[in-house]
Design a protein around this ligand. Sequence first.
Ligand code: ZN
Length: 113
Amino acid sequence: MNYCETCRLAVEGEICPVCGDDFLRPIHGKDYCFLAAKEEMWAKMLQELLQNNHIPAVLLPTLGAGISLKSGQTEQYQIFVPYEGLEQASGLLQMVFGDACPENEEANDYFPA
Ligand SMILES: [Zn+2]
């Protein structure tokens, strides 16, 4: 796994898919990686949850971070966690936001023979 210092992103290949940088270096456990972007309320809730799980998450507002927002979009915060906590953080993210989808009812239509 490599690390793009420009995007703060864990990259699987040799070239960053976001900025096209090919001067990536091997990732370290302490490197902050992009986890998710959420509205302020959710971002802060998530940060607290992560910190409760000993993952030192940091928030950055997307404005001023070099990312252009589409007009009408609410301001979001990017959440970063150290690479060594990324997997656990993804799991927590899934737990909190993963089953917010109300369309799981279709599963009830499936009857095993
Ligand atoms: Zn990049």
